[in-house]
Design a protein around this ligand. Structure first.
Ligand code: AHG
Ligand code: MN
Ligand code: MN
Length: 332
């Protein structure tokens, strides 16, 4: 029997080792962990629990809401309210920010269920979260207080509801992955110090958007597709799960590049993915694992947000490939 370290123990040890002012962080993360266990349970029960299918409603972004989107959102809200650590929350599924505990030290942002078009077809989905500090002296934060660039995140992570349920987290000191041991009900450290190989021969992009792409992205993908006979002199492989959590997890495990670039279809909105609860937490994790993350023109973590639901272009993963795509943008 393996006597592994649990996520809670790991975070407490990490805080002790590092000292600093975030002694409440393990307790807040633990509340999020409990929420993810509950969501994991709902996801794995699927049709047995009657949680599949749509609700017939739309979120603020005009996307159809699944039952599990709303259930997961409620569970995450409970987590944010539980310990009194969170002053206010923002979620993909809520139009406005939701005040929690006045004087709470943190702001919590989340995508309660990512990849939710996959729920009904029994393919991996996940939960993404990002934690910011509530600005000093602000007891009841407003939306403006959330407008902090991704570099200000104190913690980010995701739960992946796949063949096994995993929890991957960074507090800015590397990335560690934990697997849910259902026998003891705990996430156990199984993937210490996750790192992304600098090079890759695997890309992920929704190729049905090819005709909308900008020239630098088209050039990069064309070169990948040309394989050994082309400029790259190597054959490339392609994957597309349509769950950002699953794509990022694959990249953390074996490398790769993931792109949801700006294109003529999404240009007006700024992109497809959301900056504050998708791109920023994932970029923090990817950079902490030695990868890179960019819009093609700017490091994502340095983008100054203008709205909680703001969208952004995302190009992340193995460093050398991301840098190549960025260089193609510079060349125009
Ligand atoms: P969500 O389910 O939270 O709305 O996010 C889905 C996102 C992301 O996870 C995925 O990479 C992308 O949308 C899939 O987009 P396509 O539908 O274009 O494949
Ligand atoms: Mn999402
Ligand atoms: Mn979602």
């Amino acid at each position: 029997m393996q006597n592994g370290i649990t996520l809670n123990q790991f975070l407490i040890d990490e805080q002790r080792r590092l000292g600093g002012t975030d002694s409440d962080l393990p307790a807040l993360v633990n509340d999020i962990v409990v929420a993810c266990k509950i969501i994991s349970n709902g996801v794995s029960q699927g049709a047995l629990a009657g949680v599949l299918g749509g609700l017939g409603t739309e979120n603020v972004q005009g996307e159809a809401q699944k039952k599990l989107d709303v259930i997961s959102n409620d569970v995450m809200i409970e987590a944010g309210k539980r310990g009194g650590y969170v002053a206010s929350m923002a979620s993909e599924e809520m139009d406005e920010i939701l005040p929690a505990t006045p004087q709470g030290k943190y702001l919590l942002l989340f995508d309660p269920l990512d990849g939710s078009s996959n729920i009904d077809v029994n393919i991996s989905v996940g939960t993404i979260f990002s934690i910011l500090r509530c600005p000093e002296g602000v007891a009841n934060p407003a939306t403006a207080d959330f407008m902090q660039p991704g570099t200000k995140q104190v913690c980010a992570g995701y739960a992946l509801y796949g063949p096994s349920t995993m929890f991957v987290i960074t507090t800015g000191h590397g990335v560690n992955g934990f697997t849910l041991d259902r026998n003891i009900g705990e996430f156990v450290l199984t993937h210490p110090n996750m790192t992304i190989p600098e090079d890759t021969r695997e890309f992920a992009i929704n190729a049905s958007n090819t005709r909308f792409w900008e020239a630098p992205v088209k050039r990069y993908i064309d070169e990948c597709l040309a394989g050994k006979e082309g400029a790259r002199k190597a054959d490339f492989n392609m994957r597309w799960v349509a769950s950002m959590v699953a794509e990022v997890h694959r990249i953390l495990t074996r490398g790769g590049i993931f792109m949801y670039p700006i294109d003529s279809k999404t240009k007006e909105k700024g992109g497809r993915l959301r900056l504050m609860y998708e791109a920023n937490p994932m970029s923090f994790i990817v950079e902490q694992a030695g990868g890179a993350s960019s819009t093609g023109r700017q490091r994502i973590l340095e983008v100054q947000p203008t709205g909680t639901h703001q969208r952004i272009a995302v190009i992340l993963g193995s460093k050398n490939e991301v840098e190549r795509v960025v260089s193609y943008h510079k060349e125009g």
